[in-house]
Ligand binder design. Sequence first.
Ligand SMILES: O=C(NC/C=C/[C@H]1O[C@@H](n2cnc(C(F)(F)F)c2)[C@H](O)[C@@H]1O)c1cc([N+](=O)[O-])cc(O)c1O
Ligand SMILES: [Mg+2]
Length: 214
Amino acid sequence: TQSTRPQRILGAVQQNATRGDPRSVVRAIDQYCRNQEWAMNVGDEKGCILDSVVSEVNPATVLELGTYCGYSTVRIASLLPPHAKLITLEFNPEFAVIARQVIAWAGLEDKIQLVEGASGDLIPKMKEQFGVETFDLVFLDHWKDRYLPDTKLMEECGLLRKGSVLLADNVICPGTPEYLEFVRSSPRYESQYFKSHLEYTKVEDGLEKSVFLG
Ligand SMILES: O=C(NC/C=C/[C@H]1O[C@@H](n2cnc(C(F)(F)F)c2)[C@H](O)[C@@H]1O)c1cc([N+](=O)[O-])cc(O)c1O
Ligand SMILES: [Mg+2]
């Protein structure tokens, strides 16, 4: 029977990456998606910007919206300090099955909690179910029309504190116009655009970093 793209990405990790070596997992996925078939991982060019923001924030708590195959999950978690925790939300059970295996191959299960469901249902349960107070860093890389409603929901649920950093992928391609307008015009956010390219292509894309001012 025909394999799926996420299954083929997992295969590339298991064939080419070293167990317990997160950077080799990241490299294996990038090489597969650059040379064999494109996939919607944040990729290496935007990934380097992601790395610099993670290192600068040095977060104790991270929320990722949109796990997919776990590429950015592994990339972020590999940079976290020892007791830091990353919660990643995934809606598609098939993607979650693959991401759990990618995360395990990287040896990062202890830092990462993958939760299956819809952001609208899970965000309001973050405090009670996952013992989270606030997030130091949020990486938005899920459905582009959910970036704005989920940001407002995180505010309403008290999950952002003065200084929390939101980092959003794809603000140019595919684009998140309503989100971008909101964070750039709201007095409660200080935003900065990092120009880059869509993963594995020469098309313009970028990351928007927005600091919540409380
Ligand atoms: O559509 C894109 N990304 C959508 C990504 C969607 C991913 O986020 C998950 N999700 C949905 N809700 C949740 C939550 F949080 F509720 F659990 C998680 C979906 O199941 C999917 O795995 C995309 C498209 C392109 N492109 O070039 O077309 C490039 C990119 O980098 C992209 O990210
Ligand atoms: Mg993306």
